[in-house]
Design a protein around this ligand. Structure first.
Ligand SMILES: Cc1cc2nc3c(=O)[nH]c(=O)nc-3n(C[C@H](O)[C@H](O)[C@H](O)COP(=O)(O)OP(=O)(O)OC[C@H]3O[C@@H](n4cnc5c(N)ncnc54)[C@H](O)[C@@H]3O)c2cc1C
Length: 348
């Protein structure tokens, strides 16, 4: 079984890794540098907490694989900071975690002992003890070392499926393989349409900003803030992206990050907004921006993992895939070697 994986982001690399561990052949084709598009930057948030018990269970499966990767990598890939969700969704997410049988705590008040860098915040809050910060570059290094020279720098511009094999046309030549997994992020839209799979086309601009914590030794939990207590319509995700550094992504109303506004304008407005937020709402964070990560992001997809298969071609997409990546890779590899359709939890 020869599989071509298109895209060397965390999902494509994870899929190739799982295929190779099955003893199956895999080649990853990547236009640019691995881990440099939607998987770029220092860190991501891992959490079991989701609003859907199927996604909680899927994240729990991913947690087991993250632990295995950590063991094999020889260094911790997911930190132990915990993750806290504040806001009105907390009780429903707690129910989803209870239904999935995973550890969690729901509290009515946001206790200062949680260590969030705010002075006051309305409850409730959900605490996910298995949550923590994913070390994104270390994850990339581990996967690339394991995959070795099976990552090729080559742009794939056409895939042509036959009954049980596929011709893959790339900038480096024509390849015949048994299966193709398209994990090309934004590039998946075009490749999927060639096999009559039509992915949501709506994109948004997204920027995450990093600031210094006033206490460089503080270790706050990862934090998803859905209270909208600073401004109506604005929620955020925040975490310790490196010692003493606090990264914040604001989730803006759709019209504020819509594609048509253009990258530069959205970045500029987001920069002003996040600095105002830090000054007005976060007591524990200095307001100087020390780093920025920009990416295009599929709009309105939330936490779901989406997979579609037609014949020997499978396409995977979503907006928040990093934390699930080990499980996605294993799901796609299992399906490829057993010649079945991959099963992922239904989207929220
Ligand atoms: C700032 C930010 C914060 C985020 N926070 C979180 C978080 O806290 N938790 C979480 O779980 N997720 C988070 N996400 C989302 C998560 O990072 C992405 O969902 C995930 O990294 C996507 O990985 P991917 O492999 O699908 O796509 P990508 O990383 O985009 O990889 C796709 C690759 O395919 C290549 N490619 C495209 N077209 C072609 C082609 N035709 N031929 C060859 N190669 C091609 C691209 O160059 C790219 O390298 C965040 C994203 C960003 C940007």
């Amino acid at each position: 079984m020869r599989t071509a994986v298109v895209g060397a982001g965390v999902v494509g690399l994870s899929t190739a890794y799982a295929l190779l561990r099955h003893g199956s052949e895999a080649t990853v084709f990547e236009t640019g540098a691995p881990m440099a598009a939607r998987s770029a930057g220092s860190s991501r948030i891992f959490r079991l907490a989701h609003g859907d018990s199927g996604l909680v269970a899927y994240a729990a499966a991913a947690a087991g694989l993250w632990a295995d990767w950590t063991h094999r990598a020889g260094n911790r890939l997911v930190g132990q900071q915990t993750t806290v969700l504040t806001g009105p969704a907390a009780p429903d997410w707690a129910t989803a975690m209870a239904d999935a049988g995973v550890d969690h705590t729901l509290v009515d008040e946001v206790d200062p002992a949680l260590g969030l860098p705010v002075s006051t915040l309305p409850g409730p809050a959900l605490i996910d003890p298995a949550g923590g910060v994913i070390d994104a570059p270390a994850t990339g290094r581990f996967l690339r070392a394991a995959i070795g020279n099976r990552v090729r720098q080559e742009h794939i511009y056409r895939i042509e499926p036959h009954d049980d094999w596929v011709t893959v046309y790339g900038s480096g030549g024509v390849h015949e393989v048994d299966r193709v997994v398209v994990a090309a992020g934004r590039g998946s839209l075009e490749l999927a349409s060639q096999v009559d799979l039509y992915l949501p086309t709506e994109l948004a601009h997204h920027v995450r900003f990093t600031f210094r914590l006033k206490d460089p030794d503080a270790v706050p939990p990862c934090w998803l803030d859905g209270t909208q207590s600073w401004r109506s319509g604005i929620s955020s995700y925040q975490h310790l992206s490196a010692p003493g550094l606090w990264s914040i992504g604001l989730n803006l109303p759709p019209e504020d990050e819509e594609w048509e506004r253009g990258r530069d304008e959205v970045i500029e407005d987001s920069r002003e907004l996040v600095r105002a937020y830090v000054r007005e709402a976060l007591v524990g964070v200095g307001d100087e921006i020390v780093d920025e990560v920009y990416c295009d992001s599929p709009a309105s997809l939330g936490d779901g993992v989406h997979v579609a298969t037609t014949g020997p071609v499978t396409v995977v997409w979503g907006a928040n895939l990093f934390k699930h990546a080990p499980a996605i890779g294993q799901t796609l590899a299992n399906a490829a070697v057993s010649d079945t359709s991959p099963q992922v939890p239904r989207p929220e």
